[in-house]
Design a protein around this ligand. Structure first.
Ligand code: ASP
Length: 584
């Protein structure tokens, strides 16, 4: 037997027991007469003491130990002289009677403790060492508990977990596909699923009316901070349902998760906010409701005063930054730089300061009287001591910029507490999004999403105004999940493909399998998918999803530990009938 207990298990009640532990040496402190060893496994740390009167063999092993040696210790549990209330095992230590080195270790490239001195790249390269650290262990354990809770809940609700293939047909769904060459079918390629969307719809045709899967999805996108080329979804689909039925089940699932994992009660029922309201009040479709400072439109109030920038703007909007009237010139300049960054893209920032006495001062004093400025501030619900910040431009662009500014101010004011949760549903999304560059409409969700019945008549005449039966679960400014009621009528599906610019032949070539299946009796159906990695980081109170993935990729999509992607042999290429082109 390698061990009788784990390194996180022993307590004061165990004093006088003889135990055997096994783990990694985190630290050795040699105090001359005595040696202290911190022995770690994923359950915790136990202090081992090699006392002065220990036998020579034990002392000799202790003298040899280095960081991350794998060690087996047998000894007696004794009460510590100086207890450590910060450690669950801090009341005791184990007085070693025998030490056995199970394996030696070379010196690790960074400290393997709660806080490490290793930078991101180094920790990614030696991820197996990083994973020994308590924060990562807690993240992995949280992820496990969450997956378990999802399965428990959905099982009780009658959902079947059904696996779908990873090698499928390339069906553009928005992002670029990762493709895999087929050796047995030369010059043909599989694609890795961006999501099992079409497969879960086929399962509905097959009569499996409640499906779910915790499943890997693959999207070859340029990576932003919080994206991974492969990520995990809780993917779900139901038959004979309307939007309310889907929202009901998954709102209950989220309520169960919050309670089970965090002991947090979320409101019942959750707020449902139409997309347009989210855009106009918060500037984006994933509003952070942990704090106020909503956006207010002031377009009519600012027109006609000769300030040409506002005169030319389609939309002028503002937020009142709480208590920020004391901001110095330099701080305001910083905010201006922030909104002018290419990621935000505003041209500039106008400010109106309402000091503690209620006096008003502004960067547009020349064009507006103090009363007019006060009226604008009042419209933005500014109080004495607030700083009103104004952005103008094309409506939805300006709203996006105001959203970024609002979140930035929220961060600066410490209003985005990681352990405060403000979930909601965003509903009534538009069906289509117009793309200026390619001059065509794209499906905002995906091409299988059904339009609101009352908007179907505008599908061809005015696609931009058609709303979808689509919904997102949003929490703290992130989209945690999203889905829709699907189209199950082949004629309507054909029309949507047409609006999206597919010829009937192209639609048949890409989605023939689905269109065909629908001819055999497709039930009304709908579903959604949650981003599981993101849900884990949300529950863990973290910003990044990376810590919740055992072996993540870096921002360039590389696995720096495995050194992937990498070149393959000529022989492998030949088998696949592939030739490589030189990179320009
Ligand atoms: N397949 C969709 C996605 O990955 C989710 C859904 O509509 O169920 O976003």
């Amino acid at each position: 037997m390698y061990r009788t207990h784990t390194c996180g298990q022993l307590r004061a009640e165990d004093v006088n027991r003889t135990v055997t532990l096994a783990g990694w040496v985190q630290k050795v402190r040699n105090l001359g007469a005595m040696t202290f060893i911190d022995l770690r496994d994923r359950y915790g740390i136990t202090q081992i003491v090699v006392e002065e009167h220990s036998d020579e063999a034990t002392k000799a092993v202790a003298a040899e130990l280095g960081r991350e040696f794998v060690l087996q210790v047998t000894g007696k549990v004794i009460e510590r002289e100086s207890k450590n209330p910060k450690m669950p095992t801090g009341d005791i230590e184990v007085a070693a009677t025998s030490l056995r080195i199970l394996n030696r270790a070379i010196t690790p490239p960074f400290t393997i403790e709660e806080h490490s001195d290793g930078g991101d790249d180094l920790r990614m390269k030696y991820r197996y060492l990083d994973l020994r650290r308590p924060p990562l262990q807690r993240a992995m354990a949280l992820r496990h508990r969450m997956a378990h809770a999802v399965r428990t809940f959905l099982d009780k609700e009658g959902f079947l977990e059904i696996e779908t293939p990873y090698l499928i047909k390339s069906t553009p769904e928005g992002a670029r596909d990762f493709v895999v060459p087929s050796r047995m079918n030369p010059n043909q390629f599989y694609a890795l699923p961006q999501s099992p969307q079409t497969l879960k719809q086929l399962l509905m045709v097959a009569g499996y009316d409640r499906y779910f899967q915790i499943v890997r999805c693959f999207r070859d996108e340029d990576l932003r901070a919080d994206r991974q080329p492969e990520f995990t979804q809780i993917d779900c689909e139901m038959s004979f349902v309307e939007q309310d039925d889907v929202i009901d089940v998954f709102e209950r699932m989220m309520r169960y998760m919050f309670k089970e994992i965090l002991n947090v009660d979320i409101p019942e029922p959750l707020q449902r906010m139409p997309w347009i309201e989210a855009m106009e009040r918060f500037g984006c479709d994933k509003p952070d409701l942990r704090f106020g400072m909503e956006i207010h439109e002031i377009t009519p109030m600012v027109k006609g005063h000769g300030f040409s920038i506002f005169e030319d703007a389609e939309y002028v909007g503002a937020i009142a930054a709480e208590g920020c009237a004391t901001y110095t010139r330099k701080q305001i300049d910083e905010l201006t730089e922030f909104v002018k960054r290419p990621q935000v893209g505003a041209k500039g920032l106008v400010w109106i300061r309402l000091d503690a006495e209620g006096n008003v001062k502004s960067s547009i004093d020349k064009f507006y009287t103090p009363d007019e400025l006060k009226a604008i501030a009042a419209k933005c619900e500014a109080k004495a001591g607030d700083l009103v910040l104004v952005i103008c431009g094309p409506k939805f662009k300006a709203l996006g910029q105001l959203c970024a500014l609002r979140l930035e101010i929220g961060d600066r004011l410490g209003l985005r507490d990681h352990f405060k949760f403000a979930p909601l549903w965003v509903v009534d999304f538009p069906m289509f999004e117009w793309d200026d560059e390619t001059q065509r409409f794209y499906a905002m969700h995906h091409p299988f999403t059904s339009p609101k019945p009352e908007d179907i008549e505008f599908l061809e005449s005015d696609p931009g105004r058609v709303r979808a039966n689509a919904y997102d679960f949003v929490c703290n400014g992130t989209e945690v999940g999203g889905g829709s009621i699907r189209i199950h009528d082949p004629k309507l599906q054909a029309l949507i493909f047409k609006v999206l610019g597919f010829t009937p032949e192209k639609a048949e070539e890409q989605f023939g399998f689905l269109i065909n299946a629908f001819k055999y009796g497709a039930p009304p159906h709908g579903g959604l998918a949650f981003g599981f990695d993101r849900m884990c980081s949300l529950f863990g109170g973290a910003d990044s999803i990376r810590d919740y993935i055992a072996f993540p990729k870096n921002n360039a999509g590389r696995d720096v530990m495995l050194d992937a992607p990498s070149a393959i042999d000529k022989a492998q290429l030949d088998e696949l009938y592939l030739d490589l082109k030189p990179v320009e």
